[in-house]
Design a protein around this ligand. Structure first.
Ligand code: GSH
Length: 228
């Protein structure tokens, strides 16, 4: 059945998975439009002109209104009343706490986890060349500097990142951290709070969490019973 909200995503993309989980948790009706980044489906002129001028996923087409950027999409759908308050609060004080994380993560958690994943897993696949040991070490240190902050600051006092219950902040963060499984990074070893929190996030989001992570589990060879 054709829906008025089209969602373009690739489940190997962290923000795509986050929105997929959030949409499902919100009970949103949407048309699934998977895009295989690995086949360059987003690099065509057709995609650029008709779907997303930035040629990235995730993005939406809501009855003719095209929008990219995962956080912008979340806020747009929340403003339309499509995302429940417990996932993205309406009260400005509570919303600001979730926004604080959403703004923080871009150049910290997202950049460092994505760079680690890209350099260790994706680039060798595309180019046939492996990164040097010192490059891996540098990227790992950058990523761990951020993971330290998640462990010691964001998870210092609460069960979830921004309080006692799950919000979109947790979903975005977990999807970034899960991606490193594919590059054989085991977050368990150094981060007991993150490990326990990931289990809580998965439990709060399932069955949607496992659906969104099916390829991550498969490629990494780590099943949902989560070594993580
Ligand atoms: N800031 C954007 C990031 C989007 C993004 O980086 N998407 C990646 C996949 S995770 C992509 O489409 N990459 C395709 C490319 O770079 O060619 C968001 O949060 O939506």
């Amino acid at each position: 059945m054709k829906m008025s909200l089209k969602y373009y995503y690739d489940l190997l993309s962290q923000p795509s998975r986050a929105l997929h989980i959030i949409f499902r948790l919100s009970g949103l009706q949407f048309e699934e439009c998977p895009v295989a980044l690995r086949n360059g489906e987003h690099l065509t002129d057709e995609f650029k002109q008709n779907i997303n001028r930035f040629q990235r996923v995730p993005c939406i087409n809501d009855n003719g209104y095209k929008l990219a950027e995962s956080v912008a999409i979340l806020r747009y759908l929340s403003a339309k009343g499509k995302v429940p308050e417990h996932l993205y609060p309406k009260y400005f004080v509570d919303q600001a706490r979730v926004d604080e994380f959403l703004e923080w993560q871009h150049i910290t958690l997202r950049v460092t986890c994505a760079m680690y994943f890209r350099t260790i897993w994706l680039d060798p696949l595309l180019t046939g060349r492996s990164p040097s040991a010192s490059k891996i070490e540098t990227l790992r240190l950058h990523m761990e500097r951020t993971l330290d902050i998640v462990e010691e600051v964001w998870l210092a006092q609460s069960e979830f990142l921004t309080g006692p219950t799950l919000t979109v902040a947790d979903v975005f963060a977990a999807c970034e951290i899960e991606q490193t499984r594919m590059a054989d990074y085991d977050v368990r070893i150094k981060y007991p709070k993150i490990r326990a929190w990931l289990k809580r996030v998965r439990a709060a989001c399932n069955p949607h969490y496992d659906v969104a992570h099916q390829f991550v589990y498969k490629i990494s060879g780590t099943g949902p019973q989560a070594k993580l």
